[in-house]
Structures are given as C-alpha cells and as structure tokens.
Design a protein. Structure first.
Length: 395
C-alpha cells in the first residue's frame, strides 16, 4: 500500500554522476537569447503549473471553475436493470478516504487532468470486492512503464528519491489512468494548460510590464539633458553617479509618484511624451486572457473579461459552459472510474452525472421531458431509454 510505503523513513536514493556535453551550455544560451526571438517559459509540468495556475489568475480561475463545477455534479449509479439509491460504489464515492469526501477527491482528479492531461486513482487495501479507499496521485510523480506490446505493464510513483511500482499485469488494476487526447503521445495526455502556455507567458509578461510601470510612477522614463555653462554636455563621473542615485531614491516608485523634481543649473527634464495607456499592455492582456479561457473551454464572460455581458448572454454562456466543457469531462471521467471499479466489484456498474439535478440545464431538460412525454408513438420503455433511465422492473 503506497500510503504506508511513503510513511516509512529512508534516505534519498543516490543519483549516479552524469557527464554533460561541453557544448550544452552554448547551445542553450544561443537558443534562449537569439536576437529578435521571444523567450518562452519551460513546458514541463512543474513550470506550467507554477506559471499558469499558481502564478496566473486566469489559469487559476479556469481550472478551479471547471474542477469545482464537475466535482459538484450529482452522480447516479445504475446497471442494465435498475438505478440504485444504495450501492457499495455510492458509499465508496461518498467517502473515498479518511481525508477527503467525494467532492474533494473529484476536484483533485479533475484538477490533475486539466493541469497535466493525466489523472491517476489508486485503489488501497483491495482484498475482495471494492477497494476500501481511493486516492488521487500526483501526475508529475508518475511514470508509465510500457510492456513489450506497448501497453503499460506498471506505473512508477516517485517521491523524495524513493520509487514504488504498481504492477498492472494482475487483476484488478491497482491504478486507474485517465488521460486526455494527445495526438503525438501514446501514453500521456495533452492538457489545456499546455495548449495555453504561450498565452500564459504573454499574460504574465504584460502583468510584469504593468507592475514595472507602477514602480516607475506609472509613466515611461524621460531624459535629463545637461548643458554646462561652458557649453560642454558631459557630466563628471561623480556628478553622474550622484544624479542617478538621487533619481532612484527620490523620483522612482509608487511612493514618489507626483513628487516635483528639483534640478540644478544646467539640467533640463524632457519627458518622452508617451502616456501610460500607450505603454501598458492592457489590450494584450485581455487578448491573452481570452486565449487562456478558450483553451480551457470557459466563456470569457464567466471570468469577468470585458465584453458583451447582458443577463441573457450570461445565461447562455453558463449553459454552454456546462454543456460543452463540464459535462463532457465529468461524463468521461465518471465512466472510466465506473469501468475500473466494475473490475474490482466483479459486476458491471455505471456512474454518470444526473442531468435532472443540474440547475444550469433545467430549461433544456424540461423541454426534453415535455417532448418525450408528448410522443404518443413511443412506448414507456422507449421514453425511459431516451431519458437515460433504466427499464422498469417487471412485476
């Protein structure tokens, strides 16, 4: 059991010394500082999570909005014959482990998928039937070990230099791996954060630029022109150092905004003539924020990004958010978890979102129920099938 495995103490594994290429630093330097080329942040999972989630408000809100909405969806448990009100799978999902409830577990699982493209569930203490606990494992610590046929034969989970291997050659599987579609990788998924990485860099750079403007009294720098009494236009080294020091101490930063400048004889201040609106990247930030929202499938209106924001448009955006983003993700993940748990249970069971209990889709469901109920050419069994309900048990 991995939870007990990582509680035991132990020293870090010794990493063997590796040789480095003599030209490696030169190649990296040339690639990152090429003249005229943009410098982008690293595309590894840790960097993307740090810059795009913990360091970017748009990425943070997109992930939280989707994960919380998907985790809050009520789930129904049914098989080919009936819908269950009480079932071992329902009880397991209600309290999957001592530290998390259903919403916390699913929010962590959805968050891992959105940030890394991969979600991993671990079955703990499985003997006969369903596992006693379910835990979400961090995707950045998991490595797939492919077998000779290309399918994963094991998963390696590494923490603090120690590695634990989950063997996938037995039955039932100890790990449920849910991955997003990736066109160029057979084992790992592609996350929305990876697709939005360029927009995240632009948004963060624009924020840094705006912060720098505030530190410089919210205006671009000007020029100090010196004309000496003898017609010379050069300061002595001591005069130059003193002038720079006084400018940094008394005329830069937000606390010095608006402070008048006292110039001695021969010095003249010439502003550059640019307004703050010309210098800050406000429009660029808005465009980058929209790109991040589009990559995650969140309507920009729901994030407070300026645009059309009438009440009717907000309702449509909210409905589209659930229909196009939240429901597909929640349906796919719940189906994968149900199939995985069915292998442990030894009987087929289905988990899916209960569409009748989603307020954002209530108008659509009312219309669907009315249309199906008014269809006189359908039998009661066909109507139940169209509404996603199991057939009635025969008396």
């Amino acid at each position: 059991m991995v939870m007990q495995f990582f509680r035991r103490g132990g020293g870090a594994a010794v990493v063997p010394e590796q040789k480095a290429s003599a030209t490696g630093r030169v190649i990296s330097l040339a690639a990152g500082t090429a003249r005229g080329g943009a410098v982008w942040s690293p595309r590894d999972v840790g960097s993307l999570t740090r810059l795009g989630f913990t360091g970017n408000p748009i990425g943070f809100r997109c992930v939280k909005l989707i994960a919380e909405a998907a985790a809050a969806l009520p789930l129904v448990c049914q098989d080919a014959e009936r819908r269950y009100e009480v079932h071992p799978v329902i009880e397991l999902m209600r309290r999957p482990n001592p530290g998390q409830g259903r919403a916390e577990l699913l929010e962590a699982l959805f968050g891992q998928i959105l940030l890394t493209g991969n979600g991993y569930l671990e079955a703990v203490a499985t003997e006969a039937g369903l596992p006693r606990e379910l835990h979400v494992l961090r995707a950045d610590r998991m490595t797939i070990v492919p077998g000779a046929d290309g399918w994963p034969e094991a998963y390696d989970y590494t923490v603090g230099g120690r590695k634990h291997r989950f063997d996938m050659r037995g039955h039932p599987d100890p790990i449920c791996h849910i991955k997003a579609f990736h066109p160029h990788d057979d084992h790992y998924g592609l996350s929305p954060m990876q697709a939005a990485a360029t927009a995240v860099d632009v948004h963060n750079a624009a924020s840094s630029w705006s912060k720098a403007l505030l530190d410089n009294a919210a205006r671009p720098s000007g020029a100090i022109i010196y004309k000496g009494a003898d017609g010379q236009g050069a300061l002595s080294p001591d005069q130059y150092d003193r002038l720079v020091s006084e400018m940094e101490m008394h005329h830069q930063g937000a606390r010095n905004a608006g402070r008048p400048m006292l110039l001695e004889g021969g010095l003249d201040w010439k502003p550059m003539g640019f307004s703050p609106s010309d210098m800050e990247f406000h429009a660029t930030k808005q465009a980058a924020a929209r790109e991040i929202a589009v990559a995650f499938g969140v309507p920009p209106m729901l994030l407070g990004i300026p645009g059309d924001a009438t009440y009717a448009n907000y309702q449509e955006a909210h409905r589209a958010f659930y229909r196009l983003t939240v429901l597909p993700l929640a349906t796919r993940v719940s189906a994968a978890v149900a199939y995985w748990l069915s292998g442990h249970l030894g009987a087929g069971v289905e988990l899916k979102p209960d569409l009748d209990q989603i307020p954002a889709l209530s108008a659509e469901r009312d219309q669907q129920w009315a249309r199906v109920g008014a269809a006189t050419f359908l039998t009661d069994g066909e109507k139940r099938a169209l509404l996603g309900l199991p057939p009635l048990a025969e008396a």
